[in-house]
Design a protein around this ligand. Structure first.
Ligand code: NDP
Ligand code: 8X3
Length: 251
């Protein structure tokens, strides 16, 4: 039977590549994001391949999240796989110069938003005693790097939430796992540096970063394992990257 997958942050980067990959592989999709124009374009593209529904909400807004997920038509209401992907870094500043707006954005989106969406999806999974949740963490959830302070804290929180969710939902047979990428060339750095494209592009110069499609392929692999296999925690790096800060620019 066709599985239904809800992907947050499907309008760009890892989420969009995953939606595209899963559409080609005949998963029924619920694609979410704030940019309505992009959702509409992707709906057009994917509807030739599979059933697709769009949800336009900001993960920070608890009521919007609740209302959007409650509005799903019956064909899409039974969510088999939740991919908690929406998130970004905002700023890269030493703690003494950190901007409170950036801190709020990262904590509200990367941690609280992930929880709000999960809160609306988990009850259905519990009732059906089945489901699979993929939390997109980061190498920044395993290590801290200079000026990464609050972003790293949010991804460490995702790591803890991933472990906690897996324990709490174990009794219902629900699979929970995290995928923790290293550097992936998406709009991530453009958002982090507030639209400064030159600075964003410089992050990926001199080595071959991961592509969003690399992570999409891995997500597809993870959710296609037989039921008794749960890939609980995966760190995925570009070959040139050995740690959050060690990148070999000579290969
Ligand atoms: P992108 O900036 O390309 O994509 C981010 C996605 O998140 C967009 O679709 C955006 O949609 C959505 N999003 C952001 N804020 C909100 C919000 N308030 N409400 C709803 N949706 C939101 O970055 P990536 O694809 O790289 O990032 C995806 C995930 O991967 C993030 O969790 C990130 O932390 C993680 N990650 C990224 C790495 C990288 O190097 N790129 C490495 C490790 C982890 P919209 O703006 O339309 O709402
Ligand atoms: C994004 C990876 O190390 O560039 O989560 O912050 S990093």
């Amino acid at each position: 039977m066709m599985k239904t997958v809800l992907i947050t942050g499907a309008t760009s980067g890892i989420g969009r590549a995953t939606a595209r990959f899963l559409a080609k592989n005949k998963f029924r999709l619920i694609i979410c994001g704030r940019r309505e124009d992009r959702l509409a374009e992707l709906q057009d593209e994917f509807s030739a391949l599979t059933d697709v529904h769009t949800l336009n909400f900001d993960v920070r807004k608890k009521k919007e999240v609740k209302k959007s997920i409650a509005s799903l038509p019956p064909d899409f209401a039974h969510i088999d796989v939740l991919i908690n992907n929406a998130g970004n870094a905002h700023g890269l500043d030493p703690i003494e110069n950190g901007d409170e707006e950036d801190w709020d954005a990262m904590i509200d989106i990367n941690i609280k938003g992930l929880l709000y969406v999960s809160k609306e999806v988990i009850p259905g999974m519990v009732a059906r005693r089945s489901g699979h949740i993929i939390n997109i963490g980061s190498i920044a959830g395993k290590e801290v790097y200079t000026n990464g302070n609050v972003y790293c804290a949010t991804k460490h929180a995702v790591d803890a939430i991933n472990q906690g969710m897996r324990m709490d939902l174990n009794q219902y047979g629900i699979r929970v796992g995290a995928i923790n990428p290293g550097m992936v060339d998406t709009e991530f750095s453009e958002v982090r540096f507030k639209g400064d494209r030159e600075r964003a592009e410089s992050v990926y110069v001199g080595f071959e970063p991961l592509k969003a499609e690399d992570i999409a392929d891995i997500i597809h692999f993870v959710i296609s394992r037989p039921y008794h296999v749960n890939i609980a925690d995966l760190l995925v790096l570009p070959t040139a990257q050995a740690s959050a800060t060690l990148v070999n620019k000579t290969i």
